[in-house]
Design a protein around this ligand. Structure first.
Ligand code: AMP
Length: 249
């Protein structure tokens, strides 16, 4: 079974995003970019399935600028076998990404597509679900456990108030939640080896997909500044303060 793992290049999760002064978006100049953390979990899960003998090949795919090659090389260094870059400098929305991924899946015929549950830049949480709908395939979203057995895959999902386990027939779509696994670090020898693994370059036009945005961003704003806290001497002072603030009667 082949596994397709879409990986997105996003602003590093340790970086505090700065909003552009004109409010049109987040300033990405001179900012550290990395693989979307949920996609690292997806790559790790694919590698574990391959190590267990449940998968034979892992193909990483990214849609984005030429620099997204770095993200793909990271996936290759972790253990993916080959990579596809669909290069575009335009902003691609989840629907366009899902259409491109469907086109790749039509060519590659993977048994599983494992995506992140969301990209931490746009927080859309849409691509996996849209892909499942476009492909007419079952989906197990927010996975915290994945077990493959024959042509079915059992996915334990993190839902409100607990865990739900669903059984899907492959080919299927899975999106990863935080607790699925802890991704490995790529070792230096594997980073070197990844440089010679195959990376195919394509464009959205090669797949006949129109990536024109359907959404218009009206405004991006910083969250309101948090007020500084204050120290209090004892419980009596706390209650007086809360009463004065109208929090307790
Ligand atoms: P989103 O729906 O944008 O929150 O993204 C959910 C998941 O879709 C991500 O974790 C990735 O696995 C995948 N994805 C989204 N955008 C891209 C992209 N440009 N290239 C590759 N994968 C993507």
């Amino acid at each position: 079974m082949k596994i397709l793992v879409p990986v997105k290049r996003v602003i590093d999760y340790n970086v505090k995003p700065r909003v552009k002064p004109d409010g049109t978006g987040v300033d990405l100049s001179n900012v550290k970019m990395s693989m979307n953390p949920f996609d690292e979990i997806a790559v790790e899960e694919a590698i574990r399935l391959k190590e267990k003998g449940a998968a034979t090949e892992i193909v990483a795919v990214s849609i984005g600028p030429a620099k997204a090659q770095e993200t793909l090389r990271t996936a290759l260094a972790m253990g993916a076998d080959r990579a596809i870059l669909i290069q575009t400098d335009d902003e691609v929305e989840p629907l366009a990404v899902a259409k491109l991924l469907k086109a790749v899946a039509d060519e590659e015929q993977p048994g599983l597509v494992i995506l992140g549950k969301q990209a931490i830049d746009d927080d859309s949480n849409q691509t996996g679900q849209m892909l499942a709908a476009l492909m007419g395939r079952p989906q197990g979203t927010f996975a915290s456990k994945v077990d493959v057995s024959g042509d079915s895959v059992s996915v334990t999902r993190e839902v409100d108030g607990g865990l739900e386990t669903v059984s899907l027939k492959t080919p299927a779509i899975i999106t990863t939640d935080l607790r699925l696994n802890e991704p490995r670090y790529a070792s230096l020898p594997n980073i070197m080896k990844a440089k010679s693994k195959p990376l195919t370059q394509k464009t959205p036009a090669d797949y006949g997909v129109d990536t024109t945005p359907r959404l218009k961003t009206l405004k991006v704003a910083e969250p309101p500044k948090r007020q500084a806290g204050s120290k209090i001497a004892d419980v009596d002072e706390l209650i007086t303060k809360l009463k004065n603030l109208g929090v307790v009667a």
